[in-house]
Design a protein around this ligand. Structure first.
Ligand SMILES: Nc1nc2c(ncn2[C@@H]2O[C@H](COP(=O)(O)OP(=O)(O)OP(=O)(O)O)[C@@H](O)[C@H]2O)c(=O)[nH]1
Length: 290
């Protein structure tokens, strides 16, 4: 398996080639997990669980520890239900998050991802305040093979764009609706009111299947703080972690799940249209440790 930038491989390599597990093994493991942004609590729990397993199986072989580490990480990653619930027709997905985390890019990639499964997609440009943002979304929608419903004028009520997008889906039989929303932080109250209004207006026509919060892995725990208002008020059902390719912080995926109690459903690992994948715990755990 190719080594990912967020892999622990390099940090752990020295540990697994030693002849036997010793105290420095545990120190090295702890340091590697902390560096990968697992956070102190989860790091402590994982090290503790591994010490118990190593004792229980009476092994001193670092290769056993490596296998146990993969298993333990997988168990932790898999604690949450990461299935995307997209069975409604249309299935409406609201995409939320602060500016610059990769929302627009993610919507394009997600459209492409859904298209590969044979789904038709329309994108609603409900971030109506910057014409440039709408154009950028249109470019990504086109790349992703999705239709787009744009605001008819700059600054149009975002809720009305969401409404028109669902109307479009109903009229054309489009299966999935992805609604882009604004991420401005300076008017948090206003932003949350806007989101509630979008939700209310959408729910008059169709239930909302998923609310996906996009988080940038390179901002780490700080990014979660920034997104707190969305977590508290937006009814988030899943997380999308972007920019994992530019980060050594694979542990953030687990830290953020445990901290928010919300499953990671998609991973963004590059700037290309094909760089979005589902989150598969055994693959992710294995890639982390390889
Ligand atoms: N390396 C990398 N870059 C990414 C990824 N996702 C997004 N980006 C980059 O992050 C930058 C911001 O992405 P956008 O999609 O414009 O972010 P946004 O949240 O829509 O930003 P606003 O429209 O300003 O709210 C762009 O330069 C993207 O190419 C990713 O998974 N990996």
């Amino acid at each position: 398996m190719a080594e990912n930038p967020w892999s622990l491989g390099r940090a752990l390599r020295g540990m697994f080639v030693k002849p036997t597990i010793d105290e420095t093994t545990w120190d090295d493991l702890e340091a590697a997990l902390i560096t990968a942004d697992f956070g102190p609590d989860i790091t402590e729990r994982i090290v503790e669980e591994l010490r118990e397993k190593v004792d229980r199986f009476r092994t001193t072989d670092p290769r056993d520890l490596k296998r146990m580490l993969v298993e333990t990480l997988e168990e932790h990653f898999a604690k949450f239900d990461r299935t995307l619930k997209l069975t409604e027709r249309p299935a409406v997905v609201l995409v939320v998050g602060v500016n610059g985390v990769g929302k627009t890019t993610t919507i394009g990639k997600f459209a492409k991802f859904l298209q590969r499964y044979g789904r038709s997609v329309v994108v609603g440009a409900a971030d109506t305040f910057r014409a440039a943002a709408v154009d950028q979304l249109a470019t990504w929608a086109e790349r992703g093979g999705a239709a787009i419903v744009r605001p008819q004028q700059e600054g149009q009520d975002p809720a009305s764009v969401a409404y028109q997008t669902i109307e479009y889906a109903n009229r054309t039989g489009t299966e999935i609706v992805l609604v882009d929303t604004a991420g401005r932080l300076h008017t948090k109250g206003g932003l949350m009111d806007e989101l509630s209004k979008i939700r209310r207006v959408i729910e008059k026509q169709a239930p909302i299947s998923e609310v996906l919060l996009v988080l940038d892995a390179t901002t780490g725990q700080n990014g979660v703080m920034q997104a707190q208002a969305f977590l508290e008020h937006a009814g988030v059902t899943g997380l999308v972690i972007t920019k994992l390719d530019g980060s050594a912080k694979g542990g953030f995926v687990l830290a953020v799940q445990e901290r928010t109690g919300i499953p990671v459903k998609l991973l963004g690992q590059g700037e290309g249209i094909g760089d979005l994948t589902g989150f598969t715990p055994h693959v992710f755990a294995a890639s982390l440790v390889e």
